[in-house]
Design a protein around this ligand. Structure first.
Ligand SMILES: C[S@@+](CC[C@H](N)C(=O)[O-])C[C@H]1O[C@@H](n2cnc3c(N)ncnc32)[C@H](O)[C@@H]1O
Ligand SMILES: [Zn+2]
Length: 152
């Protein structure tokens, strides 16, 4: 009988430290090739109304799922909670079976900060004041000035 081989998926090496964009950020501690799965955004699943932050608080760790639930990383969370937003990101957040994974969308060099586009959605009209409240400091040439998703 053939021996079964267990293929262990190794996660990418990353580190959390102070960010030039906001608070703490997450950095590549090794070369990360385009397409690599870096980390899962883990945490407790809660209903929107039970999420710990006010949904309109611009400083939030809640991650909204398509089924309407929210991932709250205060319970069972990991380093993914520290990844900042950029309008010109090197990662993307992918939802699969009600789980969120952060994947590289281009090659990332050791020492580069990891970012994905938060595509924030509000339950209020996207006014100029809302854009300012959720102002983006990513510094990208293509920065849209806000972490809120803006439809063209
Ligand atoms: C999941 S936390 C990321 C970790 C955060 N840097 C910290 O130290 O708490 C998300 C929050 O970080 C801030 N943030 C992340 N990216 C940002 C950006 N590009 N511009 C401004 N604030 C940002 C916002 O307050 C956002 O709600
Ligand atoms: Zn930006």
């Amino acid at each position: 009988m053939a021996k079964k081989t267990r293929v262990q998926q190794r996660s990418m090496q990353i580190e959390v430290r102070e960010s030039g964009v906001h608070g703490r950020g997450v950095y590549a501690a090794q070369f990360i090739p385009k397409g690599a799965r870096i980390i899962e955004y883990t945490g407790e699943r809660v209903a929107w109304e039970d999420a710990p932050d006010d949904v309109n608080n611009p400083h939030t760790f809640n991650f909204g799922l398509e089924n309407g639930a929210v991932i709250n990383p205060e319970v069972g969370g990991n380093d993914a909670r520290w990844i900042n937003h950029s309008c010109d990101p090197n990662c993307e957040a992918i939802e699969e079976d009600d789980r969120i994974f952060i994947d590289a969308i281009r090659d990332i060099q050791p020492g580069e900060e990891l970012f994905y586009d938060y595509h924030m959605e509000l339950d209020e009209p996207i006014t100029e004041s809302a854009r300012r409240k959720f102002a983006c400091h990513c510094g990208a040439v293509s920065c849209r000035g806000t972490m809120i998703e803006i439809e063209d």
